[in-house]
Structure formats: structure tokens, C-alpha cells
Design a protein around this ligand. Sequence first.
Ligand code: GMT
Length: 391
Amino acid sequence: MERKLTVGVVCYPTFGGSGIVATEIGQAMARRGHTVHVISHDVPRRLDAGCRRVIFHQVATRGYPVFPQPQYALALASKLVSVVDYEGIDLLHVHYAVPHATSAWMAREVLGPRAPALVTTLHGTDITLVGSDESYLPITRHSIAVSDAVTVPSAFLREATWDRLGLDRAQTPIEVVPNFVDVERYAPPADRHAAAAQLADLWDGDTRVPVLVHVSNFRAVKRVPLVVELLRRVRQTIPARLLLIGDGPERGRVEARVRRLGLREHVRLLGQQERFESLLAGAAAFVLPSETESFGLAALEALSAGVPVVASQVGGLAEVVRHGETGFLAAVDDVDEMAGYLVRLVSDRATAETMGRAARKDVLARFREGPMIDRYEALYRAVLTARERPG
Ligand code: GMT
């Protein structure tokens, strides 16, 4: 039997795809008998407290009047050094390059021969917006280049990483491991009408009015105000409602847009929700008009629940949503095209249901957790074996 590993996972703890993916991988590794140490500034939202082989370590950041900001990257690097030394970590798996890959690189410099292996998983804006910005580019590029292995959730992000960071394709190979979904948790409802009734309860209980759903962290890149505009356009043709789940910097603008368009009675904002799958399952369509998206985990969760997705044709979304089969992809600036697809799904329930079934089938075939965890586990072992080889 192969020896069990001790793995350190570094991620952001808040709502957001990278933290979810990191936590799910860590917990799945623990279920396979590995010991997992999660290192972050707060407990990740999806961390299951009952998971005995997952141990959490909090990074505390001390401010000081001469610092322009608290020094999180340094505090994390120091924490990694102590955790590695105390717990005997074999391998660090860091999610989101900025600053996690850099803190891991610093920790390895300090640890020298005691340094663990390093796997970096890039998620999206750590490359497309932040990492490729001049203020972070040289250090991000270096931290990625010195990782023992690099993974991304889509072929799109692999290309973007090589191009925007100016990394050499041969010297920095990048493996595409798609994100995955808990297909039991995000499942089509036994009774879709009952699921629609649960959604309709947020209004007047009338299940005849279809509901569009959007879930995100309400950052500008998600274009949530546009989701509201899409509802307005759909309603010019057919009655519909909108459920918005999540919270973030754009929430004020979204509320203002809802009020300005006179849509308050047709839009519900639920804020951050720990569990929303039962509401998702009753949706007529899921809307994700992002400006950029390396993968689109929220779209995958909707597809898994058998809900067709209407999204912008950007980044890795075309690797998740099959246009015309499991949903529709529209040109990022073509609001009319997007609204047209939504009208089609809302008014033609038979097509929407056929697409929903195709979506579920596609998710079961391509995005189940088990095969992806197999790939991460094989990667961990390959990296550790390569390090043991002399020279
Ligand atoms: O890059 C971000 O915006 C942060 C990150 C997150 O923590 O939510 O989202 C990215 O990672 C997710 C998980 O891999 C992907 O599903 C999202 O598409 C990606 N976001 C963007 O590319 C905008």
C-alpha cells in the first residue's frame, strides 16, 4: 500500500470558487486517509468541522503604524514555515497565485532542504486581472515557475497563464484539471414542480412565473447589474422573476439598478447562503454574463442540478457549457442575444427540460469529483517521486 501523505492546503476562505475547490480537494484527500492541514486567515466556509483528518491553522496578521497595509503574504509565509516544521508536511497545495504561491516560495527558501514540494493551482483573476498586473507580475511569474507542478481548471486559463505571464511552455508545463461538483448535493429534484414551488414561496407562491437564478460573489467581473437588465428585457416578452444569491462589492449598485428599473417586486436578493441547492433546482435558467471566467463553478453547479445556463462566451465557460445542448453562450457584449436565449428557455419549457437533462448527463460524464481527485493524488505522488530522484 502506498504511504499516506501529509498535505498543506492554502486558500482564501470566503465565498468564491477557489476556496470551494481547495476545501473540497482537501476533504476528499482526508477521506482517502491523507492528513490535510488547511492554512488561511479564516476557516473556509465549506470546511466540514467533523472531518478529523483536516486540521485548520489560522494566519494572524499584525498591523503596525509604519506598514501601509497588514503584511498578509509575510505572515502566511511565516505560518507555512512553522506548520511545515511542526507537522512534517510533504507537499503544499496552494490555490490562487497571489500571494499564496509567493508565500509558499518564500517559506521554501527559509526551509531549505526541509522544504516540502509545491503544487500551485491557478484559478482565474490571479492571472487574468491581478497576477498579470505590473505591480505583481514579476513575483507571480517567478513563484509559478518555481512550483513543482502547476494546474488550472481550463485550457483557456493555461493559455492565458503562458501568454500573459510570459512563461515558457516547455519549462513551465501546466496541467488542466477541470473543477468538479458534488453531484449528490447539486442534483435534479425528484419533483421539479415542488422545487419550483419552493422558489415561488419567495414571492406569492405562483409557480407559473419562471425564475432566473444568479449566484456569485458580486464582484464587478460578474456583471450582476447586467443580470437585472436581462430580467427587464425578458419581461418585455414574458413574465419572469430573478433570484440573486451572494454578496460583494457590487451589491449596492445591483439594488440601485433594481430600484431604478422598477423591478423590486420581481427580484429577491438573498445575500450569502450556505446552502442554496434546493432553490437552484427549481430555476428556469441560470444566468452568468461575466466579463471573464476561467471556469465558472457556479454554472457547473447549476448544470449538475439540471438547470440550463445562459452565459457569456468568455474564458473557460465554453469548456463547461455546451452551446445549444446544455445552455447558450452569447457574445459578451451582446445583451440582446443573451436576453433572447433566456426568453427561449423561459417560454419553451420542453427545450429547457431537454437541455437540463443533457446538462446533468454531461456533468456526470465529465465533472465528477472522484476522477479529478485521482488526478490530483497522482500529481502529488509524481511530484514527490521526482523530488526523491537524485540529480
Ligand atoms: O479568480 C477569481 O475571481 C476568484 C476565484 C474565486 O475564488 O472565486 O474564481 C475563479 O476560480 C473559480 C474556481 O476555479 C472559477 O470557477 C472562476 O471562473 C474563477 N473566476 C474568474 O475567472 C473570474
